[in-house]
Design a protein around this ligand. Structure first.
Ligand code: FAD
Length: 236
């Protein structure tokens, strides 16, 4: 569905100390494919407008969408969405948008998801889609984040791991609870954690631009075909 339309904030909760999950009621929302995003438009009293894209983490019922917004302290829009926007407020929404960075539950290939920070948001919609479709296609998530308290959807991911439905490998860049020394993902580590080439996985890689581009280059170096690697860049 194209065109701007009003949406109402019906729930909001802090996902981490610096990220907030918003649930929006979007009339005429239509079908949302796992991995799609919406555009949000804010209009100030003087008519100034700002538009930003946010991935759908979950599409609930006929008219609800959830997203999670990471605060960029010097950003224009994200601090407002986290600190000021209240339940009951209205904003404008366009979408759902995107036909490339999606995953359909009928796809038979094993899926390797790779997230940097808030890049986990659209990947979570794929994980949730897989759960609701009850397909047993193998799914793995490699999730790079600063520290455990920055992890989105921790309880839900933990539950899926404990039932054996999903494998999640965390890479902590600043402080780590596990034996691994904190630090950025390396190519060797990526190679050891992702689904092996011979199993012909499909990749969905999302996060800050530099992270996504580095991971995509490494995957190509490791011999994964370009047409199996789909990426989405959040900026930065
Ligand atoms: C398709 C798509 C989906 C997205 N989904 C999400 C989502 O689900 N959750 C979410 O939190 N964000 C998401 N983003 C990013 C979002 O659209 C905004 O860019 C982000 O919220 C920053 O907006 P801002 O107005 O606060 O910062 P701005 O005022 O636009 O930028 C402030 C500064 O931060 C830098 N910057 C902008 N974006 C990033 C970033 N992602 N990482 C690091 N530095 C950055 C800019 O270069 C600039 O220097 C998505 C982006 C795209 C393109």
């Amino acid at each position: 569905m194209n065109g701007w339309r009003p949406a109402t904030v019906v729930a909001a909760s802090m996902e981490t100390p610096t990220a907030r999950t918003l649930r929006l009621q979007v009339p005429d929302r239509g079908r949302v494919l796992a991995g799609q995003h919406i555009d949000i438009r804010l209009t100030a009293e003087d008519g100034y407008q700002a538009v930003r894209s946010y991935s759908v983490a979950a599409a609930v019922g006929d008219d609800l969408v959830e997203t999670t917004v990471q605060e960029l302290p010097d950003g224009e829009v994200s601090p407002y969405l986290i600190g000021d926007l209240a339940v009951g407020d209205q904003l404008e929404v366009r979408g759902p948008i995107g036909r490339w960075f999606i995953w359909r539950s009928a796809d038979p290939a094993p899926v390797q998801l790779i997230a940097g920070g808030s890049g986990v948001v659209p990947l979570m919609s794929m994980i949730r889609e897989r759960e609701s479709a009850a397909t047993r296609v193998p799914f793995r998530l490699l999730y790079s984040l600063r520290s455990p308290e920055n992890g989105y959807y921790r309880d839900e991911l933990g539950r899926l791991c404990s039932t054996g439905s999903l494998r999640v490998d965390y890479v902590h860049t600043r402080s780590a609870p596990d034996g691994r020394r904190p630090g950025r993902l390396t190519q060797d580590e990526l190679a050891s954690l992702v689904i092996p080439v011979e199993q012909k996985p499909e990749f969905r890689v999302c996060g800050p631009t530099a992270f996504v581009e580095q991971c995509a280059r490494w995957l190509l170096d490791l011999g994964y075909p370009a047409n199996t690697i789909r990426t989405e860049r959040f900026g930065g």
